[in-house]
Design a protein around this ligand. Structure first.
Ligand code: PMP
Length: 397
């Protein structure tokens, strides 16, 4: 009889020729448990998803309750579905003006697609500006915004009219003009290996967009929902976007994404023609119920409060002659090594030792640290000692 692993390789599509092939039967808090019952510390939270920890009891309860009431009943936007209403209202209560109108989708990349269409409709322009080394998703619109030719050249032709600027380069902001529909930018660049811009840069960017009538679209799909030590990344920079993109962590482990703007801007998708953006499963009631439970849990358990000091503890502990730098904000951290080879050796050795991490798409010489926000100081100390041990053994080998 074939094993699950063999069946996976035979019947499931692969995204690389060398998948990790770990097999887990259960997840709880910051741990994943393999089929033999061995615990692995999840230092990447399913890539920035399980911010409240895996299978948080409040999220699981919300999922079960909603699944028993109703699951899918109608395409998004027609029926009044209370899980969608309650989650959108809770988000609006947390967000500043004018971010009070939410369009729910299923994933991060769909939030990007929806926002691209919305920006075109609202401004009447077609030009987009994005950043070098950005990642906004894998569908063709989002891929057009990706600032890394290596990953997109095989899929051309993509959308025309996309220009690229350097992240955190004030001079480049001159390229934003009245012809630019929107600037798409990650508040903290994730796949570039955790790059953090200056406050002055975001201020200048906001001002330039306002002057040119360009929509500022902040992608907080990876950095959002508490990960940076504030609920939303833009709070660090004292700017408010015209459209905010969320996904990953907002569903507490369930699939959901959102683009959020003002009611005025959002109305462009509802008129001339109507049904400007439609989705069957967007804002799935079970995902919205999970999202609301996630949000309430983060607030009630004050999870964001400890994030900064936990991030600092990682930085304090991660000192080794083979580490070139440790960049990060809150629990979104990159450990940079000399090259990919060493990084990969350390990552593999850590997995052997029950600590899961990986590298970044546009920064393959850096190791990703993005654990659930509930990680304790003791767990951080343990994780760092395993990482340091494996840096020593991998660099000696
Ligand atoms: N934007 C950013 C900043 C991301 O990190 C990601 C996912 N890594 C996406 C968009 C796309 O999200 P999804 O994989 O849910 O489509």
């Amino acid at each position: 009889m074939l094993t699950q692993r063999q069946l996976f390789l035979q019947y499931n599509a692969q995204t690389t020729l060398a998948p990790l092939l770990l097999e887990f039967s259960r997840a709880k808090g910051i741990y994943l448990y393999d089929t033999a019952g061995r615990a692995y510390m999840d230092l990447i939270a399913g890539i920035g998803v399980s911010n409240v920890g895996h299978c948080h009891p409040e999220v699981v309860r919300a999922v079960k309750d909603q699944a028993e009431s109703y699951m899918h009943i109608m395409v998004y936007g027609e029926f009044v579905q209370s899980p969608q209403v309650n989650f959108a209202k809770a988000l609006a209560d947390l967000l500043p003006d004018p971010l009070h109108c939410t369009y729910f989708v299923n994933s991060g990349t769909e939030a990007v697609e929806g926002a691209m269409k919305l920006a075109k409709r609202f401004t009447g322009c077609t030009e987009f500006i994005a950043c070098n080394n950005s990642y906004h998703g894998s569908t063709q619109g989002a891929l057009s915004l990706m600032g890394n030719e290596e990953f997109k050249q095989a899929y051309r032709p993509l959308l025309p009219d996309v220009k690229f600027i350097d992240y955190n380069n004030v001079k480049d902001l001159e390229r934003i003009t009245s012809k630019t529909a929107a600037v798409f930018i990650e508040t903290i660049q994730g796949e570039a290996g955790v790059r953090i811009a200056d406050k002055a840069y975001f201020k200048a960017l906001r001002q330039k967009c306002t002057e040119t009538g360009t929509l500022l679209i902040l992608d907080e799909i990876q950095c959002g929902f508490g990960r940076t030590g504030k609920m939303f990344g833009f709070e660090h920079f004292d700017v408010v976007p015209d459209i905010l993109l969320l996904a990953k962590g907002i569903g507490g482990g369930m699939p959901i994404g959102a683009f959020i703007s003002s009611r005025e801007i959002m109305l462009s998708l509802a008129t001339n023609p109507i049904l400007g953006h439609i989705t069957t499963f967007g804002g799935h009631p079970v995902s919205c119920a999970a999202g609301l439970a996630t949000l309430k849990t983060i607030v009630r358990e004050n999870m964001v409060a400890g994030v900064r000091s936990k991030g600092e503890l990682f930085k304090e502990l991660l000192v080794h002659p083979m580490i070139k730098s440790v960049r990060g904000i809150g629990l979104m951290i990159a450990i940079e090594f000399e090259n990919f080879d060493l990084n990969k050796k350390v990552i593999d050795a850590c997995i052997e030792d029950g600590v899961i991490s990986d590298w970044f798409l546009h920064c393959s010489n850096a190791m990703r640290i993005a654990p659930p926000l509930i990680i304790t100081k003791e767990e951080i100390i343990k994780a760092c000692s395993i990482i340091l041990k494996n840096i020593s053994s991998s660099s000696a080998a």
